[in-house]
Design a protein around this ligand. Sequence first.
Ligand SMILES: *[C@@H]1O[C@H](CO)[C@@H](O)[C@H](O)[C@H]1NC(C)=O
Ligand SMILES: *[C@@H]1O[C@H](CO)[C@@H](O)[C@H](O)[C@H]1NC(C)=O
Ligand SMILES: *[C@@H]1O[C@H](CO)[C@@H](O)[C@H](O)[C@H]1NC(C)=O
Length: 392
Amino acid sequence: MDSSPRNKPKSLSTNLFFIFFLLSTNFLTFFLSSILNSSSCYLINPPGITIPTTTTASVSVSEGDSASVPSEFLAFTSGQNLPFGFNTNFDSDTIYPPVGRACTLFPDELRRYMSYKVNASCPDDELLAQKLLLKGCEPLPRRRCRAVGPSHYIEPYPLPKSLWTTPPDSSLVWTAYTCKNYTCLINRKHTQKGFDDCKDCFDLQGVEKIRWTQKKGNGGLDFSIDEVLATKKPGTIRIGLDIGGGVATFAVRMMERNITIVTTSMNLNGPFNNFIASRGVVPLYISISQRLPFFDNTLDIVHSMHVLSNWIPTTLLHFLMFDIYRVLRPGGLFWLDHFFCVGAQLEDVYVPLIESVGFNKLKWVVGRKLDRGPELREMYLSALLEKPFLDA
Ligand SMILES: *[C@@H]1O[C@H](CO)[C@@H](O)[C@H](O)[C@H]1NC(C)=O
Ligand SMILES: *[C@@H]1O[C@H](CO)[C@@H](O)[C@H](O)[C@H]1NC(C)=O
Ligand SMILES: *[C@@H]1O[C@H](CO)[C@@H](O)[C@H](O)[C@H]1NC(C)=O
């Protein structure tokens, strides 16, 4: 339990919150909140799911608090005094949580999310939480309740069996998804009409089995892991990140080579994070808007397939590419795998954007993307980029 932080008087902390709030400009929230409005294949709202509305407001809103801001949100976002006063590392005597600004742009969802019984179980509201997060309330505010868990959890299969075995259905809570079991997820590539992110990914005996294992596939766009690793001294690629890595088969393949990869994923109509963890590799639940939670010049490799593409607002993509550059160590690799866009966008927008970041090009392959028909004039770029040892 926390050691009773000496809160400032309510009125003062509330005032501080609003000052902090007013001082903020809106330009970042613009990028963050525009993600869902772009024409996206990857951020589809699952159909036919209703958000539970029966949440319990148990914390009374104290006098003077704005009616539009839930009290638990204020409790979390208000500055908290450090118990031992001024701290030279912080250069401050107060700590603020890194959420707040965009959350209050969505007062209805925020109120539903932050209205719950303190010290009790949380509502089963994963879908609501993810929508709020994707719109820009990221990271989500912490809550003082216990997240919903599966009622019949079974411990994971041991390694290495877990890497390629479908976990039991009882290992997670299915409320947020159209499918209610893994059989349904595995079969949805045959049975389901609409497009879902990574529709055939849960079938570990399907395309997942051969990804990144074959050399020179698909007009040169499919690099194999081994040909990428061969560009570096053996053993020097050890740790890295896969952005939007589906069910983390990339991390699994790398683990088989003793390389540790963390995989970011959302749970877009499927329990991606649970599935990744069940396989025995690390899922990281952050969207593409979030600053990467790694220090500068630390990772050996960053990979991303399909996700970094033209559905991302261009300015956000530019920030994101620089963030990848930041976390890579000198000589680190950025494998941009099947970036896609339409026709002239590649030359007009994306090639200059990627080149402005300052990577060396080790491999650069452009090809047609034909899966949705040639008339769409879609293009793929697969590139292997290297952070230079000396800044340009
Ligand atoms: C929750 O637990 C804390 C710590 O014991 C306590 O101070 C607080 O009053 C409790 N809140 C509610 C609403 O039960
Ligand atoms: C899986 O779910 C589908 C419907 O989503 C249901 O028809 C089927 O019986 C379930 N299968 C198992 C093994 O539970
Ligand atoms: C991975 O590490 C283990 C233990 O150090 C070693 O026995 C194995 O050969 C390594 N595998 C690869 C592919 O390097």
